[in-house]
Design a protein around this ligand. Sequence first.
Ligand code: NAD
Length: 374
Amino acid sequence: MKIAILPGDGIGTEIMAEAVKVLAVLDLPFETETALVGGAAYEAHGHPLPESTLALAKAADAVLFGAVGDWKYDKLERQFRPEQAILGLRKHLGLFANFRPAICYEQLTHASSLKPELVAGLDILIIRELTGDIYFGQPRGRRVAVDGHFPGAEEAFDTMRYSKPEIERIAHVAFQAARRRSKKVTSVDKANVLETFQFWKDVVTEVHAQYPDVALDHMYVDNAAMQLVKAPKAFDVVVTGNMFGDILSDEAAMLTGSIGMLPSASLDKHNKGLYEPSHGSAPDIAGKDLANPLATILSAAMMLRYSLNQPDAADRIESAVKAVLSAGLRTGDIWSEGTQRVGTREMGDAVVAALHGQVAGKTITTRTAGIIKG
Ligand code: NAD
């Protein structure tokens, strides 16, 4: 097995170093190869996703990605901006299903902006479609309006579209994921206003006929946004389109306290995937040993479970993370009175030590971590 390691920019290199350290102690039969991506690749090769990096990602069994971006690249032409590397990888690797678990660790309930009783034990999974919707629909652009409220005025437009196979394949992914959890899917749409999402709702309902053991309900996106902060534990698997998923998954992320804790996976139809923390390159704290590496370490665990067929190793990592939290170690983003503040490297070292059984923590059952709900 081969893992492509793409650290990227900012805190990407720091958090990736910790994840690689954790992977190294598992004693598994895989090799890793590292390549530049994002701003670092632009500096070295003139492109955020050089051919050599793309070739490595294509040849690998899985990709572990740090984060890309820096404000200093904001003025570059869009095609050269670091973030284009992520879109390019998604496109070239055929990654269409984005898994964003939002898990609130019992040790961190107070870190959420919601009341602890609303988030304690939270374990939901947002599945976002990645290839369609208004993000990629053509035509798009700027023009002079010929009709509308202001004919003759400058205007901009995008096109929202979904094909039936695109909706079918993400619906299958959601129902299959739900089968491994609480057997409940909420499909989020805006069918009351948008033709595209009435179609989405019809197709999801049609696919559901093949999963009679899974419950399906439909919710408008505005209500879903509200319910996520009102009663988040009422959800289990949420499936939605590219734009609604982008927004709702960030909202769900914040329920858990810190974006520094949240892993994600983007999968193709063969379960090959790109695994990355949900956060960006955090230029404000880069190079200061302040970043929380746990989202990246947990992304590595997801990679072992979904693409590399090593569920036991994934369980071991997730247990080690919980043991470290139980022992009271916290990076700045999750620190609170009475816990011990540590840096990026110290947190990674603690997870490694826990894998060797050297951190005192509670006995932990691990099936609930990640995607599989016990
Ligand atoms: P960000 O996620 O990088 O940071 C938002 C806030 O969260 C910052 O205050 C940051 O310090 C904090 N934070 C993020 N990760 C953290 C961690 N692991 N530990 C502790 N604190 C953490 O988002 P942003 O500031 O809007 O964007 C910064 C750059 O990252 C931009 O160039 C943006 O385009 C890029 N970005 C990249 C990705 C990606 O690589 N997938 C995703 C989002 C943003």
